[in-house]
Design a protein around this ligand. Structure first.
Ligand SMILES: NC(=O)c1ccc[n+]([C@@H]2O[C@H](COP(=O)([O-])OP(=O)(O)OC[C@H]3O[C@@H](n4cnc5c(N)ncnc54)[C@H](OP(=O)(O)O)[C@@H]3O)[C@@H](O)[C@H]2O)c1
Length: 337
């Protein structure tokens, strides 16, 4: 089968499609024919050697995919050939086929086509856990979401809107304002979101933090009393492992706090790592099913544009597209091309 195997760290030019073998599924596994693979910001960090959750190289890249069950092991009783499955895990998504443990197979929403299935899992579930399991947001609270036009950002706006929150979303580019507005949030730039909000006497009750650096620091400063920051990612990190100064700068950009800072002004600092949680399926599954009900009830859909779907052979271009901040919503790979 065709797959993208990462055998060293580097820039996007090191990525290519190669032929590799796939075994039959073991007794607890299912085999999926991948329809589309999701491209995540974390894949870019993995490629650069900056993502600590990556498996040991060489490995097939890709933290998520959507596909059809085409084979299964003898212990698999809850899934049938032909079932539509969403996979999230440590590796293996950038491939034509993948064997996964049955516990990692999440049921795909019936109303979604394959592109939507592949664009849905990580974006919406990360947002759902951040908003509902961690920050425990309430109706009428004010939310600030960073990288609001991205994959996680567009999912977060939709879930928050479904919960009747007042939403503000940041981006670096005014060309993404319309997307943010159309989804139901007020768009702001990173450069002045804090002064804009304070000038209007607005302090967010919850911040979904995806950028880090001074964006995090300025956001944390304007948080409302009893407000919660949920750290989801640090997209501003740029580091070269061979350059100690750049590693220091990257460390500085990581959001941090102290017990004094959270205690003195009654604020919460929390984090989500979906990857870690995927190894706790019994904890996650009820939350996933609860989220699916909300998705169906409010007719929510992941933001995925046709020009954001790249042939798998253009995996490097897809990585650069996100890294150069060009994407609106999710980016996918088509493993058949
Ligand atoms: N913790 C978890 O389990 C988990 C799961 C999924 C994703 N994440 C994190 O959530 C964030 C969003 O992930 P995603 O996959 O949905 O990516 P994404 O938001 O679709 O793409 C990344 C976006 O980040 C924004 N950005 C802000 N500062 C940037 C910088 N200095 N360099 C490059 N881009 C920058 C860019 O949009 P604008 O400049 O237009 O805003 C860019 O389009 C990432 O930090 C990711 O690591 C975490």
């Amino acid at each position: 089968m065709k797959a993208v195997i990462l055998s060293k760290s580097g820039n996007s030019k090191i990525l290519s499609v190669t032929e590799t073998d796939i075994s039959n599924p073991t007794e607890n596994q299912i085999q999926l024919k991948v329809k589309y693979s999701g491209v995540n910001y974390a894949d870019i960090l993995s490629r650069k050697g900056l993502y600590s959750w990556s498996p040991k190289r060489p490995y097939i890249m890709g933290l998520e995919a959507a596909g059809e069950v085409i084979n299964k092991g003898s212990n698999v009783t809850d899934l049938e050939i032909g079932d539509r499955v969403i996979y999230g895990g440590q590796s293996g998504g950038y491939a034509e086929y993948i064997n996964i443990d049955q516990s990692l197979a999440l049921p795909a929403p019936e109303q979604f086509n394959w592109k939507e299935c592949a664009a849905f899992g990580v974006t919406f579930f990360t947002s759902w856990i951040a908003l509902h399991e961690m920050a425990r947001v309430r109706e009428n609270e004010t939310l600030l979401v960073h990288s609001a036009a991205g994959g996680v950002g567009t999912a977060t706006i939709q879930l928050a809107k479904a919960h009747n929150m007042k939403i503000y979303g940041t981006t670096s580019s005014e060309s993404k304002f319309k997307t943010i507005e159309d989804l139901g949030a007020t768009p702001l730039k990173y450069t002045n979101f804090d002064t804009e909000l304070l000038n209007n006497n607005i302090r967010p009750d919850c911040i979904i933090e995806t950028v880090g650096g001074d964006v995090y620091t300025r956001g944390f400063e304007i948080l409302a009393p009893m407000g919660r920051v949920v750290l989801v990612g640090v997209s501003s990190i740029k580091a070269n492992k061979r350059n100690p100064f750049s590693m220091y700068k990257a460390w500085k950009a990581l959001p941090k706090t102290s017990i004094g800072k959270v205690l003195r002004r009654s604020r919460g600092f929390m984090g989500v790592h979906l990857g870690y949680l995927l190894s706790q399926p019994e904890k996650l599954r009820p939350s996933w099913l609860e989220m699916l009900k909300v998705i169906e009830e409010h007719n929510l859909r992941p933001t995925i544009r046709d020009d954001h779907i790249f042939p798998m052979t253009e995996v490097g271009i897809a990585h650069d597209f996100i890294d150069n901040r060009k994407n609106i919503g999710k980016v996918l790979l088509d493993p058949t091309k």
